[in-house]
Design a protein around this ligand. Structure first.
Ligand code: ATP
Ligand code: MG
Length: 409
């Protein structure tokens, strides 16, 4: 079950051992070499060649089981709430690239999550396309992974409502992200969707009977809730109770495992080594966006927060900025800790800026090619949504049956 690959991540269920080693990812879609102009090809040419058992599309019915795969399944997504930054890349997207080779992968743009705080509809529209283009530019390959927009698959919202009935409100009230974001947004005035966001996220994952969910550390609590909701729906409605209603019995949902990389799972702000780098942080100086031009990257690194200790060192709790920037450098340059420790801040910062520029430049080139071909992007998203809906609709149909909802004739 892909032990070698999984050993690159921390699997955080109680039962699983904590496995860690350096995460190293490579590989970009072969149809977008950075040196050649974009050649438009229908995404139909990029069909999955894995051994997925995909029955022909048919209306979901309780008698059909969700299309299952010989391969284990991974799902993950990023909200189109702004520009994708280094934290999203190192904590999530970069890791997807190696996973898509081994697993059946579904990577989506979680636009319904992006409306949980006040937003500008025009910016959402642009950020949704940009996020999809960045996935592809980073190396997500539509011939290996289904890439789609969350709101294009209706089952996400439908399952969310069904799961809401099995989610205790006390758990939602205790979610760290809800507390932090609602405090910042002015408590009583925040929309209900900010509170129920984790139920939608549970739906995003459980719909696909996912085995693994590669995310940054900030999502650990949401993943724990997802696992608990899956367990409680399975025991409330699954097994013999479901069989009596004509279902197949057994577990309704697979209980997923989070995959959290040992390094890069929590990239910190450039202006405060104790806060997470975030799209929603008000200052753009706090993050490196994947699409930042060279001079902006150089300037942000030049001005980012440092400390007055001599030399560079890892794991000193009094030096969060140093630890953060060294981890970033290690991940993008694949240098070892030892190679950096004798440097001073000045030398290190210029190496870091150069390494970031070199690493991001090919991604930026590919992004430009992809975003300037809207037809190609639309085809990829259309095909991804079609494949995803096939799995998702079957799951919703099973859940409705197990929960005793009358089937439409
Ligand atoms: P927002 O501020 O709008 O919540 P965000 O920057 O937190 O945006 P999300 O879209 O919420 O980004 O998260 C997308 C993915 O990126 C998730 O898997 C999340 O765990 C990961 N991620 C987000 N921020 C970081 C970070 N600073 N370091 C590592 N991973 C991160
Ligand atoms: Mg977030």
């Amino acid at each position: 079950m892909g032990r070698a690959l999984l050993s690159h991540f921390l699997i955080l269920s109680n039962s699983s051992p904590r496995l860690a080693s350096t995460l190293s990812c490579s590989g970009f879609p072969r149809h977008f070499p950075s040196s050649s102009p974009l050649i438009r090809r229908s995404s139909r040419q990029f069909r999955c060649h894995c051994t997925t058992v995909s029955p022909p599309p048919q209306p979901a019915s309780p008698e059909t089981t969700p299309p299952t795969s010989v391969k284990k399944r991974v799902v993950s997504g990023v909200q189109p709430t702004g520009s994708i930054h280094l934290g999203n890349y190192l904590g999530a997207i970069k890791n997807w690239i190696s996973l898509q080779d081994k697993y059946e992968a579904l990577f989506f743009i979680v636009d319904l999550h992006a409306i949980t705080l006040p937003y500008d509809p025009q910016e959402l529209l642009k950020a949704t396309r940009d996020t999809a283009a960045i996935y592809l530019a980073c190396g997500v390959d539509p011939s290996k992974a289904s890439v789609f927009v969350q709101s294009h698959v209706r089952a996400h919202v439908e399952l969310m409502w069904l799961l809401s009935a099995a989610t205790p409100i006390g758990r939602l009230n205790r979610m760290i992200q809800f507390k932090e974001k609602s405090r910042k947004a002015g408590d009583e005035n925040v929309g209900v969707a900010l509170l129920t966001y984790p139920v939608l996220m549970a739906s995003d994952i459980l719909l696909y009977q996912s085995d693994f969910v590669p995310v940054g550390e900030d999502q650990k609590q949401h993943l724990e809730l997802t696992r608990d909701v899956a367990g409680s729906v399975n025991s409330l409605y699954g097994g013999r109770k479901w069989k009596k209603l004509g279902g197949r019995g057994g577990a309704i949902f697979k209980v997923p495992e989070p995959l959290i990389p040992p390094t890069g799972a929590r990239v910190m702000s450039l202006t405060d080594g104790l806060s997470k780098m975030s799209k929603s942080a008000p200052s753009d100086q706090s993050r490196i966006n994947l699409l930042d031009p060279k001079d902006v990257i150089a300037n942000k690194i030049k001005r980012c927060k440092t400390d007055s200790f001599p030399g560079m060192e890892f794991d000193n709790p009094e030096r969060p900025e140093c630890n953060n920037l060294l981890s970033v450098y290690q991940l993008i340059s694949e240098k070892t800790k030892e190679e950096c420790q004798d440097m001073n801040w000045g030398t290190f910062k210029s190496l870091l800026a150069d390494a970031l520029i070199d690493h991001l430049h090919p991604i930026q080139d590919r992004y430009e090619a992809i975003i300037s071909d809207p037809t190609y992007l639309d085809e990829v998203l259309e095909e991804g949504a079609t494949k995803a809906a096939e799995i998702a609709d079957a799951t919703v149909s099973n859940v409705k049956q197990a929960m005793g909802l009358l089937r439409r004739r």
